[in-house]
Design a binder for this molecule. Structure first.
Ligand code: CO
Length: 222
C-alpha cells in the first residue's frame, strides 16, 4: 500500500474514536465554530498547533506560513486575521515561532533559494532592525535562537500596526496578542512576555486615529 493511503485509514479510525468518545462531536462541529484563539505559526511540520497546545477541533483558528510572518501585503494573512477578529471575535492571537526554524536560518545566510527569497527578505528586515544585538552574539546557534525570538516580537508588533487590530481595540473588544516560542528539543513553549493589549503598546507613529475622524479628512498621501 502506498504510504499516503494510510492517512485515509487513519481518518476512519479517528472518526470511529470520536464517535465512541463523544457521539455528539460531529453534530456539534458541523453547526458552528467558536474559537477563542487565532494561532499564527510556522508551516514546519514539527510544530502542529493543536497537538502542542492540547486544543481540540473548534478551539483554534490557524494560519501558518514560513517563519510565522505577518506581512502587511499578505491577503491570506489579513483575511484570516480580519475574519478571526471581526467575525469569530477571538480573544487571543498567538504568534508562535520555533527554534531551529529553517526560514530564520535561511534568512541569516546569503544563499539564493529562488522565489522564496522574496519571502525571506521580510525576515532579513528583522535582522537589520536588530543587527547590533544580533551581530554581537558570536555563537551561531545562540544568534539564531535570538533571531527567532526577535522575529516573533516583530510579528506581534506588526499585527498591532494593522487597522483590523486597532479598530477592534478602539471598539473595546478584548484582544491580546502574544509572542511565544516553541522549542523542538523539549516540546516546551515559552511566553516571551511581549503581549500587546491596546494601541498604547505601539510606537506613536503607528497609532491610527478613529476611523470616522480619519476618513473625514481629505486623503493626501502624495
Ligand atoms: Co519554522
Amino acid at each position: 500500500m502506498e504510504k499516503y493511503l494510510k492517512l485515509l485509514e487513519n481518518n476512519k479510525a479517528w472518526v470511529t474514536l470520536q464517535n465512541y468518545t463523544n457521539p455528539e462531536f460531529f453534530k456539534q462541529s458541523a453547526t458552528e465554530q467558536k474559537p477563542d484563539y487565532l494561532w499564527i505559526g510556522c508551516s514546519d511540520s514539527r510544530v502542529p498547533a493543536n497537538q502542542i497546545t492540547g486544543t481540540k477541533p473548534g478551539e483554534m483558528f490557524v494560519h501558518r506560513n514560513i517563519a510565522n510572518m505577518v506581512v502587511h501585503s499578505d491577503m491570506n494573512l489579513l483575511s484570516v486575521v480580519s475574519y478571526a477578529v471581526d467575525v469569530l471575535k477571538v480573544k487571543h492571537i498567538i504568534v508562535c515561532g520555533h527554534y531551529e526554524c529553517g526560514g530564520i536560518l535561511a534568512a541569516m545566510g546569503n544563499k539564493q533559494y529562488g522565489l522564496i527569497d522574496n519571502w525571506l527578505r521580510h525576515i532579513k528586515d528583522v535582522y537589520r532592525f536588530h543587527h547590533e544585538e544580533l551581530d554581537s552574539i558570536e555563537d551561531n546557534e545562540l544568534r539564531a535562537r535570538r533571531f527567532v525570538e526577535l522575529n516573533i516580537v516583530e510579528q506581534v508588533h506588526d499585527l498591532g500596526k494593522t487597522s483590523i487590530i486597532q479598530n477592534a481595540w478602539e471598539k473595546g473588544q478584548s484582544l491580546r496578542i502574544h509572542g511565544w516560542v516553541y522549542d523542538l528539543k523539549d516540546g516546551l513553549i515559552t511566553d516571551l512576555n511581549v503581549t500587546f493589549t491596546c494601541t498604547k503598546d505601539l510606537h506613536s507613529v503607528y497609532r491610527l486615529e478613529k476611523k470616522n475622524k480619519a476618513s473625514s479628512k481629505k486623503l493626501k498621501i502624495v
